[in-house]
Design a protein around this ligand. Structure first.
Ligand code: HEM
Length: 339
């Protein structure tokens, strides 16, 4: 039986047919989904590539919307990326997301919930497998997607800061929100350069949700890792780390640099800001009045390991080289070498 969060105050409570007590009766529909995801999708791994890519797919899906009611860019967080993938996978911003989408689709097909509900749920549950990540409030009841999102709704690493801030503003986020959302790159790898075997990371702790990403983007960059996508990346400090032009430019822009620098020393501010904006992102294009709060279905998050105060070193690829989740956690929490 999956554990339902009991640290959330249940104003009204309902006992599901499966035996768990939940906040709202409708949330019982998520119990088999959670069981399936935990057993077969996340499979007990710590912040694995499928957890990270689900978050990215959820972001790309949600951006297909405009607050301008005369502009039809899509219906936002509706899961259209999973259903109209034949259309949306052709877009440049989704170039390397095909595998992630095809891994998610069979799980969606196993369950009778909408694609948007499924995708945002998977992203939120996946985040809680990453030490240090917050439990994002989760709302349920998105309608089925009826059309693909338009092309051009997802910012590209080669876009200017003006373009990026304008696109985020169109969906309701200000520059401060954008900096908080970009903290998702704290748990990111990039296939961007991956013609052979090396998949670079966006920071040195890709399986920990922390402020290391904000810090490392500001380190002097001397190494060019941009053999494949020179328009997307800029020099980084390490051979195994990639720096997106968009991240570097936003870290330096007058409108965003002060928030960026503030978050470096404020992990708890980062966690709460990310949680708030990610919850908003997850319902873009939906009417909040029609959604049901199922936040108690999101598992309790893992605590953060102590911050790295030593030298920055290449991360061990936990999900590839260390199959055993317990060993991986020992590594992440500073238990030394793993066997
Ligand atoms: C200016 C905005 C953004 C741009 C240009 C951008 C671009 C990128 C790029 C180019 C990658 C590497 C992809 C690859 O080559 O495999 C990446 C990874 C990632 N992005 Fe973003 N991103 C942006 C914002 C966001 C936001 C707001 C989120 C989530 C809230 C997000 C979540 C992720 C995640 C989780 C990954 C890692 C995926 C993995 O490890 O498989 N990104 N992003």
């Amino acid at each position: 039986m999956v554990a339902i969060r009991q640290d959330i105050a249940l104003a009204d409570s309902f006992v599901c047919p499966q035996g768990q007590t939940v906040q709202n009766a409708e949330c019982c529909a998520l119990i088999p989904v959670l069981e399936d995801l935990q057993t077969n999708y996340f499979a007990g791994e710590v912040c694995s590539s499928v957890a990270r890519s689900a978050l990215r797919v959820a972001f790309h899906d949600a951006m297909g919307w405009s607050s301008n009611t005369t502009t039809n860019l899509g219906n936002g967080a509706d899961g259209s990326i999973l259903v109209f993938d034949c259309v949306e996978m052709e877009y440049a911003a989704n170039e390397r997301l095909g595998v992630a989408v095809s891994v998610l689709q069979p799980f969606l097909n196993n369950h009778n919930i909408s694609a948007g509900d499924f995708l945002q749920f998977t992203a939120a549950v996946g985040l809680t497998t990453c030490p240090g990540a917050p439990a994002i409030p989760y709302f349920f009841g998105r309608p089925d997607p009826i059309q693909p999102a338009a092309d051009g709704t997802i910012p590209l690493p080669s876009d200017s800061v003006d373009q990026i801030l304008a696109r985020f503003s169109d969906v309701g986020f200000d520059p401060t929100d954008v900096v908080a959302l970009l903290g998702a790159h704290s748990i990111a790898s990039a296939d961007i350069n991956d013609d052979t075997t090396t998949v670079p990371y966006l920071d040195s702790t890709p399986q920990v949700f922390d402020v290391e990403f904000y810090k490392e983007v500001l380190l002097p960059g001397t190494i060019s890792n941009n053999s494949i996508e020179p328009t997307d990346t800029t020099a980084s400090p390490f051979t195994w780390e990639i720096r997106l032009k968009s991240d570097a430019n936003i870290a330096a822009d007058i409108r965003t640099q002060s928030t960026w620098q503030t978050l470096i020393n404020n992990p708890s501010t980062f966690g709460s800001a990310f949680s708030e904006v990610m919850a908003q992102l997850s319902i873009l294009g939906n009417d909040p009045e029609t959604l049901i709060d199922c936040s108690d279905m999101i598992p309790a998050p893992m605590p953060a390991p102590p911050p790295n105060t030593g030298a920055i070193v290449e991360p061990i690829r936990c999900d590839k080289s260390i199959q055993n989740a317990k060993k991986c956690l020992i590594f992440i929490f500073g238990g030394g070498a793993v066997g």
